[in-house]
Design a protein around this ligand. Structure first.
Ligand SMILES: [Zn+2]
Length: 417
């Protein structure tokens, strides 16, 4: 069987035929070149208006990279014709395997983008003997296409989240669709300001925003403010994951401070290596951690009291009635405010301020899956942290859309990936 036969099966072009196939002598990586020719009597198509036009002249031969085959780089070789178009003037013809001035064929570009969902961009570049820039460009095109073709109808629930980016205090705002039937990243924006989230709503559009039934976010003031303004009709809930994160951060702070104090006073280092122990749920502790915890419980330490307050707060989520949950919250906040532990008191004050929003949780309980924002948060962090070699914010944004956006891809006759 000839290579042409295979190519005609997987990638056939109506107005072009495959010609000679040859090895490239002296190439650094084994390379195959496959000639393409216009079908006899076929007229070129203008790239400007997509109409058949009379030929004008030929441009020099160009190389278009195709999917590598058995460790060989594969290039289509073709001398594009130019057309004399009544409307567009002298234009290069449309070539169905490539878009614009790109060097990669469409098929190869989608192939690389597909792999870039599973591997880091660097790994993809290495695996297929191509460059990081080619992978980047392929993913960029896939994301642009996908975002232009995605269906945004029927979004009823959104979750707003933030992740820290590039060490230090730069943030990204992420907006997810969190409906039961469809969960995906909808939008990414730089920073976490009022302006950032307003930009989301501008993009999302008024009609779609009006159709929202549920919005979910952290207690972060700019988010709460914008959500009230732009989706005030929707039920706003504060999700469990973010609230528990605030408590964990408070415990971390208390523990670090107390460790220092104990050391300064010359006590034995009771709290070393207890960080995870205090952050984990008791049922997730190892035997050894369990023993250590029961030991620690004998001491009247601030860290331990904070830990117990946090564990007690877990009960909050088990309520079904907003009324009783509210009573519980009141009691818990009062108790915590009397604890004399500053970081915990701060969280209690914050929770008290957001009581109505917090109680919305119980009004919305059955409408969306609560773990979803946390799941996305983990994946988003992994995506930005993974060694993609992001040099710019733009690259991180594209990677997030690519991995979490559930973006559509064009239908093709043959699945290369
Ligand atoms: Zn034209």
């Amino acid at each position: 069987m000839q290579l042409k036969t295979i190519l005609n099966r997987v990638q056939k072009f109506n107005s072009f035929v495959y010609g000679a196939v040859r090895w490239v002598e002296g190439a650094s990586v084994p390379t195959l070149e496959i000639e393409l020719q216009p079908r006899v009597n076929s007229r070129p198509v203008c790239s400007g208006c997509a109409r058949k036009r009379p030929g004008y002249d030929h441009l020099p031969v160009r190389h278009f990279e195709f999917i590598p085959l058995w460790g060989h780089k594969v290039f289509f070789v073709y001398a594009p014709r130019r057309v004399q178009c009544g409307g567009c003037g002298v234009r290069v013809e449309r070539m169905p395997w490539v878009e614009g001035k790109h060097q990669l064929t469409e098929t190869y570009s989608w192939f690389l983008a597909g792999w870039a969902k599973r591997l880091s961009w660097k790994e993809v570049a290495e695996a297929f003997h191509t460059t990081w820039d080619h992978v980047f460009c392929s993913v960029d095109r896939a994301v642009t296409w996908g975002r232009a073709h995605q269906d945004l109808s029927g979004v009823q629930a959104i979750g707003v989240d933030e992740i820290a980016w590039q060490r230090g205090h730069r943030y990204l705002t992420l907006v997810y669709q969190i409906d039961r039937h469809c969960k995906r990243l909808l939008w990414v924006g730089e920073k976490r300001t009022v302006k950032t989230l307003l930009r989301f709503f501008r993009w999302f559009g008024k009609d779609r925003s009006q159709a929202l039934g549920l919005v979910c976010s952290d207690m972060w003031k700019p988010y709460v403010k914008v959500l009230a303004k732009k989706a005030g009709h929707a039920l706003h809930i504060l999700d469990r994951f973010h609230i528990m994160t605030h408590l964990s951060k408070a415990i971390d702070e208390v523990r670090a401070q107390e460790t220092k104090e104990l050391k300064a006073k010359g006590y034995e280092p009771l709290l070393t290596k207890t960080r995870w122990l205090l952050l984990k749920r008791p049922e997730n502790l190892t035997d050894k951690q369990g023993t250590k915890l029961s030991e620690l419980l004998q001491y009247n330490l601030k860290s331990i009291r904070s830990y117990l307050l946090k564990e007690e707060f877990q009960l909050f989520w088990a309520y079904t009635s907003p009324y009783w949950a509210g009573r519980f919250l009141d009691t818990w906040c009062t108790k915590t405010l009397r604890s004399k532990i500053a970081p915990m008191k701060q969280v209690a004050r914050m929770l008290r301020r957001h009581q109505p929003l917090l109680l919305n949780w119980f009004r919305a309980k059955k409408q969306f899956s609560s773990g979803i924002v946390e799941g996305f948060n983990t994946k988003a962090k992994l995506t930005t942290r993974k060694a993609y070699g992001f040099r710019t914010y733009q690259a991180a944004e594209i990677a997030l859309y690519h991995t979490l956006g559930a973006l559509p891809v064009p239908e093709t006759t043959h699945e290369f990936f």
